[in-house]
Design a protein around this ligand. Structure first.
Ligand code: NAD
Length: 303
């Protein structure tokens, strides 16, 4: 019965062009990897400067790969040519898949999906790179929950191997299979996570980061001792506060809020010191200040 019902839907188109909403650290990384994997890319943001900065960042990424002999100069040039940018949703007209990677804010994402739906073909797939928000709820903000899915890339996208794939309650099997194939074509390994707040990686990782900020707030250690302790004592490649700066403190806070509210458990309460850094606009590496100050040659702890 289910198979018969699924046949009534038009088939999933072959994915050749991928739209990306948001040209921040994740959007730029997704665009880079998609173009390098042979997809055409249309990247959109609300401001041109972000798009220019993302393109410059991608160019530097390709140059590094060429220097390391991981990519030929010709392939890098072709990949770069495949990336187009724009401020108008009309750029998504020919995309078979649009991946949303704008800021972690549900209201903002809902508005974006309204615009995406109005711009893309009826059979196009829509994915969200949300770190924590319910895929089912975001899907319900579109006209095609069966063609909507969570595609959670890791930061930095070109270097991290994993993509978490999250099905909403209505996501169809052929949508899931098509996204798995896109992940494979991008050279990534995918794991499937159920649609619960923050999925797998961030459900485990972010409470640790949040606890590190409590450890700092309570004076158990300072920035340096906490990061050194976790690097040398737990063999983590990065300390938790360094990692928080890398992720973005606004994103960390938003994920903790989703965990706290979504699971109704006080063990996920966001640390007030994390909130204070966000209120100060100290969002980590992307604003050059967070638990470390990145304005000089070497990062200096801010506490
Ligand atoms: P970021 O702050 O670097 O970039 C967000 C981008 O979205 C900015 O360029 C901003 O101009 C743009 N934007 C804001 N409103 C927009 C709108 N209405 N339309 C189009 N663009 C808009 O953030 P990021 O770290 O790239 O995170 C983006 C998404 O990826 C979030 O949902 C986040 O949770 C998720 N994510 C982040 C990480 C991480 O480690 N940072 C990892 C996985 C997933």
């Amino acid at each position: 019965m289910i198979a018969a019902a699924e046949h009534e839907h038009p088939p999933i188109p072959e994915i050749k062009c991928i739209g990306v909403v948001g040209a921040g650290q994740m959007g730029a990384g997704i665009a880079q990897v998609a173009a390098q994997s042979g997809f055409d890319v249309q990247m959109l943001d609300v401001n041109q400067e972000r798009l220019d900065a993302a393109l410059a960042h991608i160019k530097r990424g390709f140059s590094r790969l060429v220097q390391r002999d991981a990519l030929s100069e010709a392939d890098a040039a072709h990949a770069l040519e495949r990336i187009q940018t724009g401020l108008d949703y009309a750029i998504f007209h020919d995309c078979e898949l649009v991946v949303e990677a704008a800021s972690e804010n549900e209201q903002l994402k809902r508005k974006i999906f309204e615009s995406v739906v109005a711009a893309v073909k009826p059979d196009a797939l829509i994915a969200t790179n949300t770190s924590s928000i319910s895929v089912t709820r975001l899907a319900a903000a579109t006209d095609r929950p069966e063609r909507f899915i969570g595609m959670h890339f890791m930061n930095p996208v070109p270097r991290m191997q994993l993509i978490e794939i999250i099905r909403g309650i209505a996501t169809q099997e052929d949508t899931y299979q098509a996204i798995k194939q896109v992940a494979e074509k991008m050279g990534k390994v995918s794991v499937t996570a159920e649609d619960f707040p923050a999925f797998i990686v961030n459900r485990i990782l972010l409470p640790m980061v949040n606890e590190a900020v409590y450890t700092l707030l309570e004076g158990v250690g300072n920035v340096e001792s906490i990061d050194t302790a976790m690097k040398l004592g737990a063999n983590h490649p990065m300390g938790p506060l360094e990692l928080a700066d890398f992720i973005g403190l606004d994103t960390c806070l938003a994920i903790m809020q989703v965990l706290y509210e979504g699971l109704n458990d006080s063990k996920y309460r966001p640390c007030p010191l994390l909130a204070k850094y966000v209120e100060a606009g100290w969002l980590g590496r992307k604003t050059k200040r967070g638990f470390y100050d990145y304005r000089g040659e070497v990062p200096v702890p801010t506490r």
